[in-house]
Design a protein around this ligand. Structure first.
Ligand SMILES: C=CC1=C(C)c2cc3[nH]c(cc4nc(cc5[nH]c(cc1n2)c(C)c5CCC(=O)O)C(CCC(=O)O)=C4C)c(C)c3C=C
Ligand code: FE2
Ligand code: FE2
Length: 371
């Protein structure tokens, strides 16, 4: 099909965003804590609290980013994923000219600018693709809602369909299993040299406050467990010792557990080698390069964990990119079959394929806080 007769399909990739300089750390944190999906208070209370928390946390966060050159690598790595996905989608002539765009939630490029770019390109259709395989109102839900607000603002009316979640997508699972297998084999060889027990795999996901699961009904935690179980099945290592835990706790609220710190300490007490796998992230950034590699690496050393092996995120692994292609195709089929998502900002803003038990999507009466 010629370029001129192809429909233009915009694929909008969402991620959290990260500061691009030390000066950007405080406003980035303010944007994060001022999101009603993160702090569900009415204004002016949320605004004031976000000002206070971001000012207090900024020096700690700046120290975190100092370890990785004062800024987050998230945008560059997301751009690599967007480029790889665009090439893979355009390899097949299915009647679409595909272009991948990036919208970050708390730092540049913001949804308003990207929505403007999608409009200027003249997109006929839009597929929204959160780079979060497991759905949470704090991540994908917030990004999709913000995108729809931006569409209203700039007058972008092209039909839209959201890929809500893909926790057991075969490409994602295969890429993860392959990378974890390599890390496991490295740790096993070292364990054999030391004459100690086989390693334990710790699937470490970004935590959320407990209320996000129990009160809003986020399927996030159950989807983390589903991803981990699917990866373990794919790895097919008999008697594999594995566990799910949660990292990156901030603030005084109760968060889901067990915490990754707790699991590291337990491994130290048991003299166990560990292979740590960031299962909710698909790119490297402060939470992997600093928290996992430096902070938890030091904790493991202090707690006498004999071997600490960290597996990298899938980034642009070809199998993961192929997995994203299949998510786009499935979402396109849903758009063709059921029509466009609701554009109203008040709408829930996400859809869940039937095979993923997205608790919120299945219970119309359950309204997530802040959405
Ligand atoms: C699955 C992904 C993520 C969930 C769920 C999530 C929830 C969540 N996060 C915070 C607070 C912070 N997160 C921060 C950084 C950060 N978070 C994610 C992903 C998820 N967050 C990523 C990818 C990053 C890294 C950004 C980068 O470096 O590029 C930070 C800033 C760093 C710090 O100060 O520690 C905060 C703060 C909350 C409160 C929350 C759920 C309610
Ligand atoms: Fe976070
Ligand atoms: Fe979903």
């Amino acid at each position: 099909m010629s370029e001129t007769t192809r429909k233009k399909r915009a694929i909008v990739l969402f991620n959290l965003g990260g500061p691009d300089s030390p000066e950007a750390v405080e406003p980035f944190l303010f944007n994060l804590f001022n999101d009603p999906a993160i702090i569900s208070l009415p204004n002016p209370f949320r605004f004031l609290l976000a000002k206070l928390i971001s000012r207090r946390r900024a020096p700690i966060a700046r120290e975190i980013y100092d370890h990785i050159g004062g800024k987050s690598p998230l945008l560059e790595l997301t751009q690599e994923q967007a480029d790889a996905l665009q090439v893979a989608l355009n390899e097949e002539d299915d009647g679409y000219e595909n272009r991948c765009f990036i919208a970050m939630r708390y730092w540049k490029p913001f949804a308003d600018d990207t929505a403007q770019a999608v409009k200027a390109w003249g997109a006929d259709e839009q597929i929204l693709l959160p780079l979060y395989p497991q759905f949470s109102t704090t991540t994908s839900g917030s990004s999709v809602k913000d995108w729809k607000r931006a569409c209203h603002k700039v007058g972008l009316t092209a039909p839209i369909k959201t890929a809500c979640c893909y926790p057991t997508n075969p490409g994602f699972v295969e890429a993860s299993a392959e990378m974890i297998r390599a890390g496991y084999d490295r740790a096993l060889a070292k364990a054999n040299e030391l004459g100690i027990d086989k390693p334990r795999v710790l699937f470490s996901a970004h935590g959320v406050p407990k209320a996000v699961i129990t009160k809003r009904g986020d399927p996030y935690q159950s989807q983390i467990e589903k991803t981990s179980a699917a990866v373990v099945e794919k790895m097919a290592i008999e008697g594999l010792d594995w566990n799910v835990c949660y990292q990156s706790r901030v603030g005084p609220m109760e968060w889901i557990g067990p915490s990754t710190e707790h699991e590291i300490e337990r491994a130290g007490r048991e003299g166990k080698a560990i292979v740590v796998v960031p299962i909710a992230f698909v790119t490297e950034h402060s939470e992997t390069l600093v928290e996992l590699d430096i902070e938890y690496g030091e904790l493991a050393y202090e707690k006498n964990v004999p071997i600490y092996e960290r597996v990298r995120t899938v980034c642009s692994h070809p199998k993961f990119i192929n997995g994203l292609v299949s998510v786009v195709k499935q979402t396109q089929a849903e758009l063709d079959e059921k029509g466009s998502d609701d554009y109203t900002v008040e709408s829930r803003g996400w859809w869940c394929p039937d095979e993923h038990s997205c608790a919120v999507a299945k219970q119309p009466g359950l309204k997530p806080a802040g959405v």
